[in-house]
Design a protein around this ligand. Structure first.
Ligand code: BDR
Ligand code: CA
Length: 319
């Protein structure tokens, strides 16, 4: 398998993605970097270390990165979505491993160089670290094999504004830079992540499992389910944003529909700030490739990922 670096803001669904990757045979998670988003970057790093320890992966370096967006803006407190501390208010023992002394940018650039063009990157958070890494190493696109980003809303409403999704909308300038860079990039927007769900019945199976990963997932999901049930889903459950992007990044979920579309981000001040602008005007002609900077935009998956995720997290304890 190609080496993988995950940049995240752990976060309940980031935690599910980390557990999924660690429990998916053949996945080579080399490093994790964290950024402010669901909670602060440093807190996300501690959360990540705790999650990795649940599956015995204290060997993976975890480096904290940007605490603000490129503009210096601090993200609003989003503890209502991900709970106190970012993991649903669940108290976990302090991690035995410490964060890596390098910065997130250093870890991204060094991991890419060491992998000699084979590194895949999965970003499930605001794109600040990746934008800063591009500034620090303009050759980064040549050093990276593929980038998968959970973010944006194409035909679906936004989740932090009527049109902006959190990972793009919390740092629009960073997202614009990352989307404009010359690398192969796949976007996994709300259009698909809101339709791959977990249900309360599945959460109960996670809680009842004899896998530490399954039980941790079941516990942290309680708060996430309450958020979804009271805001954006017609049932008690949740969307699978970050784990779906992880499964697409490692090739386990193959999208049904993923055209290559010109994409950009609205960075102007105003009602559409942070919106992903994807050119879907070819929709009735099977999305012929249009000129302009492009990303592969996932518009349809088969809706069965939640069950795959539950099976993966309940199957085994350590690795
Ligand atoms: C994205 O925002 C965060 O709250 C989630 O972790 C996910 O990465 C969904 O918009
Ligand atoms: Ca996230």
């Amino acid at each position: 398998a190609r080496p993988l670096l995950m940049d995240c803001d752990t976060g309940i669904d980031d935690a599910l993605a980390l557990l999924y990757l660690c429990l998916t045979p053949g996945t080579d998670l080399r490093a994790v970097t964290t950024v402010a988003g669901n909670t602060g970057a440093e807190r996300s790093a501690l959360n990540t270390l705790q999650v990795l320890e649940t599956v015995g992966r204290t060997d993976i370096p975890v480096a904290a990165g940007a605490e603000t967006a490129l503009t210096g803006a601090v993200h609003d407190e989003v503890s209502t979505v991900h709970g106190e501390g970012g993991l649903g208010g669940v108290a976990l023992p302090p991690p035995t491993a410490a964060p890596d002394p390098r910065s997130a940018v250093e870890l991204i650039v060094e991991t890419a160089r060491a992998a000699g063009g084979t590194l895949d990157i999965l970003a499930t958070a605001p794109l600040t670290n990746l934008a800063l890494a591009l500034r620090a190493e303009p050759r980064l696109p040549e050093l990276v094999h593929h980038v998968t980003v959970m973010g944006g809303a194409v035909h679906h409403p936004g989740n932090i504004s009527p049109v902006a999704e959190a990972n793009i909308g919390h740092d629009p300038e960073a997202a614009a830079a990352v989307l404009a860079a010359d690398w192969d990039l796949t976007l996994v927007p709300l259009d698909v992540t809101m339709r791959e769900n977990l249900t309360e019945e599945q959460r109960q199976r996670l809680l009842a499992s004899d896998s530490p990963a399954g039980r941790l997932a079941g516990e942290i999901l309680d708060c996430y389910f309450t958020f979804h049930e009271t805001t954006c889903l017609p049932f008690r459950g949740c969307a699978c944003h970050d784990p779906l992007a992880a499964a697409i990044a490692v090739g386990e979920v193959v999208p049904r529909l993923a055209p290559r579309l010109p994409v950009t981000v609205d960075t102007a001040d105003g009602a559409a700030r942070g919106a992903l602008v994807a050119d879907t005007r070819g929709i009735h002609r099977g999305y012929p490739e249009l000129p302009g900077a492009g990303a592969t935009v996932v518009l349809e998956t088969d809706g069965t990922f939640g069950e795959l995720l539950v099976e993966r997290l309940t199957r085994s304890g350590q690795e």
